[in-house]
Design a protein around this ligand. Structure first.
Ligand code: SIN
Length: 331
C-alpha cells in the first residue's frame, strides 16, 4: 500500500488466518470462513494507506475450529521472524473468533516480542450489513503501529476494546460484544485510533515468553473434563483409559467435582497423571487448597486461567519441565 505522507510510514505485516472476518456466502450455507482473499480485507478499510504501509500475507484460511498445531507452530515461527525484522513495526493477525483466545495465549507463551502482535476477527461475515471486520481491522492496525503499544506483546482488539492474551475469553456465540476479560477488565480501549490504557501492560505479563521458541511437535494428550451435576464416573474411566498426559478439570464453582470423580483422579495422580483444576465459570479464580486439598491429592490449581488456557499452559509445560515443583510455580 503506497502513501504520500512525509517520512517513512510504519510498516505492519498482516497475517490472515481465515475466520468470519474473511467469510463470504457459500453453496448452501450462510457463510464460509476464510473465502475472502486477504488483500480484499484491507480494501474495506478506507484511507489506511495514508498512515501506514501494510504487507498482507495469507497464512491460513480456515474456520478457527480447524486451527491445528501446524498452524500454531508456523504462525509462531512467522511472528518470531517478523519480530526480528527491523523493517517491521508491528504484526496484525486476523483469525476466527471461536478459538482466538487460545491462539493468542499460545503466542503469548511461545514468543518473546519487542513489537506488538495484535489479533482481531469479526462476529459478522464480510458481506453482512454493518460488518464489524473492517473497523476491527482498522483498530488492530492502529494499535499495532502505535509507539505506546510497543511493550504490549500479544493483544486482541475487538469492538474497540483491547484485551490481553491471558484474560481474554469469548463469552457470546453471537453478540458483537462477544469478548470479555476474565478477571481484571480490558487492557485498554481504542478511541478514534488512539489507545486509552486501563492498566499497564505489565500486569498482563504473566507467562509472557515463558516457553519462548517452543515448538510442539505433536499435541500432548490433555483433554478437558467438563464437570456437571450427576456426573457418572464411567466417563472419567473412559477418559483415563485413553492414557492422557494430563487432564484439566473444568470444575463447578471454584474448580470442584463430585467426590467419586476426585477419587478416580486422585488415584490417577498417584500414578503420575498431571491433574489441573480450573473452573467452568465465566470469571473467578481456582486457588489451591481452598475446597480441595490439592497437596494431598497431587493436583494443581489453575488460578484465574480458563480451562482451555490451563490446557495450553499444561501442554507447554509437558514439553519442558513438568516436575511438581515447577508446575506449582507455573500455575
Ligand atoms: C471462526 O472462529 O472461524 C468462526 C467464527 C468467527 O470467526 O467469529
Amino acid at each position: 500500500m503506497s502513501s504520500t505522507n512525509k517520512g517513512p510510514l510504519p510498516h505492519i505485516v498482516l497475517l490472515s488466518c481465515g475466520g468470519t472476518i474473511a467469510a463470504l456466502p457459500s453453496h448452501g450455507v450462510d457463510y464460509k470462513a476464510g473465502l475472502l482473499p486477504p488483500d480484499r480485507l484491507l480494501d474495506a478499510v478506507p484511507d489506511i494507506g495514508s498512515s501506514v504501509h501494510v504487507t498482507v500475507e495469507r497464512h491460513a484460511d480456515v474456520g478457527s475450529q480447524d486451527v491445528d498445531l501446524e498452524i500454531w507452530n508456523s504462525l509462531a515461527a512467522r511472528v518470531r521472524r517478523l519480530n526480528a525484522d527491523p523493517s517491521v513495526d508491528g504484526i496484525v493477525v486476523t483469525h476466527g473468533t471461536d478459538t482466538l483466545e487460545e491462539t493468542a495465549f499460545f503466542l503469548h507463551l511461545v514468543t518473546q516480542l519487542d513489537k506488538p502482535v495484535v489479533l482481531t476477527g469479526a462476529m459478522r461475515p464480510a458481506h453482512a450489513l454493518s460488518a464489524d471486520g473492517p473497523a476491527n481491522l482498522q483498530a488492530a492496525i492502529c494499535l499495532a503501529k502505535s509507539p505506546s503499544a510497543k511493550a504490549i506483546g500479544v493483544a486482541v482488539v475487538m469492538n474497540d476494546v483491547v484485551y490481553d492474551a491471558v484474560e481474554l475469553q469469548k463469552i457470546s456465540a453471537n453478540a458483537l460484544e462477544a469478548f470479555s476479560s476474565r478477571n481484571h477488565g480490558p487492557l485498554a480501549r481504542m478511541l478514534g485510533g488512539n489507545i486509552a490504557f486501563n492498566y499497564t501492560p505489565s500486569i498482563a505479563d504473566r507467562w509472557k515468553g515463558s516457553f519462548a521458541d517452543l515448538t510442539l511437535d505433536a499435541w500432548p494428550k490433555v483433554p478437558i473434563l467438563y464437570i456437571h451435576a450427576g456426573m457418572d464416573t464411567d466417563w472419567v474411566d473412559a477418559l483415563l483409559a485413553t492414557d492422557p498426559d494430563g487432564i484439566v478439570v473444568a470444575g463447578v464453582g471454584s474448580g470442584n467435582a463430585p467426590s467419586a470423580v476426585w477419587r478416580r483422579l486422585e488415584a490417577a495422580a498417584a500414578r503420575g497423571l498431571l491433574v489441573v483444576r480450573s473452573s467452568r465459570c465465566a470469571t473467578g479464580f481456582v486457588d489451591g487448597g481452598v475446597e480441595v486439598d490439592d497437596e494431598a491429592y497431587g493436583f494443581f490449581a489453575a488460578g484465574g486461567l480458563s480451562p482451555q488456557k490451563a490446557r495450553i499452559l499444561l501442554m507447554c509445560a509437558l514439553r519442558r519441565d513438568n516436575s511438581p515443583e515447577s508446575l506449582r510455580a507455573l500455575f
